[in-house]
Design a protein around this ligand. Structure first.
Ligand code: ZN
Length: 455
């Protein structure tokens, strides 16, 4: 392990365990966004005991003996959530180099790398993520499940994760990780154990297999995608009968369904089938958005994904460049229409397409395309909590909820990019970050005292 990582781990370990369990922590800042109001509260105070918020409001009295963390000219917010990440993957570099590297790298090594992606994500203020797909070509490992469990057991530091395992898709579709390679290069065609299923019965089997192996949510690719080589971006990849089976089986098992979907026709079919969220949705027309609004289906727009790809378009093969251009050209109008129509919008970025930890850049893209700053902040807090089915526990700053609290400098309603400069992170009452991130601190440490880490 690199020395810098040891310093980071030591920081978390000692930082997180230095308070008595029954100590009250009082968080104060000039402003507070509670996750549900349409304006900020002045002089926000949050009182935390163990893992929960026990009092919250403006100018609350500080109990004697409490430890006060005064964050000054900042805004307290509920921990941000990202409803669309891939914490076990990194697609952000050159496309072909990455494909080749993945063939070389041991999956265990990729899993170790994912622990770093989890850390930078929570340090950026994202205390919860819905991780929508973790697959390694010709591997049966469940790295996302391992990451989630290790975070829950506090073996490593990271956001609360709801995981989808491999995701489900059709042969040759967006989720077929042998897509674009010579046939049988990996010895066999992928099957339901890889998330590749055809026909309603196989789809049910794939859902059951993923739930058996730890899935909290079911993800499926119902249309083509940008970063896959042999499919068109907007063509349907599951039939209405397959989608009906997918939704029915998932909902019977009390799992929500998120579908990767760019095309308009297949989006309508997916909405009819009863999916809970449409991911991306690039080519959706106003009529389709109206259907979503009527049925209460969430849109997770992932604007950051197309923004990153377009900014580094030379990193992708020509076929993908053409798909990215078409999807990006369509998605801005789609998003503006969704805001106007009043579709429920969940905050989700597709982190892994761009480097982990830059999730908050999505906020500015949303605001630039017509959302108010408050609505954008709600999408990453209360809306995501509702979509993820965890609104009873997190998403707003209220008595009895888990103490997932972050702070951003200044006022994010006048400068939404403040969300990109998170200065304080608490998850379940434990301070994960106060001031510079672990990475920033480690960088400033010229010669770390390695001997201090020996015990
Ligand atoms: Zn994705």
């Amino acid at each position: 392990m690199k020395i810098t990582s040891c310093v980071v781990l030591a920081f978390f370990f000692f930082g997180a365990s230095s308070y008595a369990a029954d100590e009250l922590i009082v968080l104060k800042a000039a402003r507070m966004f509670d996750g549900k109001s349409n304006s900020l509260v002045q002089n926000g105070v949050i009182i935390v005991k163990d893992d929960k918020i026990v009092d919250v409001g403006s100018n609350q009295q500080v109990p004697s003996g409490a430890r006060v963390v005064d964050l000054g000219d900042a805004t307290l917010c509920p921990g941000f959530m990202d409803a669309h990440t891939h914490l076990t993957e990194d697609f952000s570099g050159n496309y072909n180099e990455r494909r080749l590297r993945e063939l070389d790298l041991n999956v265990s090594e990729q899993a170790i790398q994912a622990t770093e992606f989890a850390r930078v994500t929570i340090e950026a203020g994202f205390t919860t993520v819905r991780d929508l797909g973790s697959r390694f070509v010709a591997s049966h490992e469940f790295v996302d499940v391992a990451l989630r469990n290790s975070i829950n057991k506090r073996v490593i530091v990271g956001p609360r994760m709801l995981v989808a395992t491999k995701g489900i898709g059709a042969t040759g579709g967006h989720f077929d990780s042998t897509n674009g390679f010579r046939d049988f290069l990996f010895g066999r065609e992928p099957d339901y154990t890889d998330g590749i299923a055809n026909g309603p019965d196989e789809i049910r089997k794939a859902v059951r297999f993923e739930v058996k192996n730890g899935a909290d949510v079911i993800k499926a690719a119902v249309s083509g995608g940008v970063l896959s080589l042999t499919d068109e971006v907007d063509t349907p990849q599951l039939t209405p009968a397959e989608m009906a089976a997918l939704v029915d089986e998932s909902h019977r098992l009390r799992k929500k369904v998120a579908v990767h979907c760019h095309g308009d026709q297949v989006a309508r079919e997916a909405i009819e089938a009863g999916v809970d969220s449409i991911e991306h949705g690039s080519f959706m027309k106003p009529d389709t958005l109206m259907m979503m609004k009527k049925k209460g289906v969430f849109l997770t727009p992932t604007l950051m994904a197309s923004e990153w790809i377009m900014g580094k378009i030379g990193n992708y093969p020509p076929a993908l460049q053409a798909k990215a251009k078409a999807a990006t050209a369509a998605r801005s109008d789609m998003f503006r229409n969704a805001v106007k129509i009043g579709v429920k919008i969940s905050f989700g970025t597709d982190a892994a397409v761009f480097p982990h930890g830059q999730n908050a850049k999505e906020f500015k893209l949303m605001v630039d395309l017509g959302m108010t700053p408050i609505e954008a902040l709600k999408s990453a807090t209360a809306n995501d909590a509702e979509l993820l089915g965890i609104a009873q526990k997190v998403g707003t700053l209220e008595n009895g909820k888990l103490a997932d609290v972050i702070a951003v400098p200044g006022d994010p309603t006048t400068d939404i990019t403040a969300t990109e400069r998170v200065s304080f992170v608490m998850k379940e009452g434990r301070i994960i970050r106060q001031g510079p991130s672990g990475a920033e601190k480690a960088e400033k440490t010229a010669s770390p005292d390695v001997s201090a880490l020996a015990d």
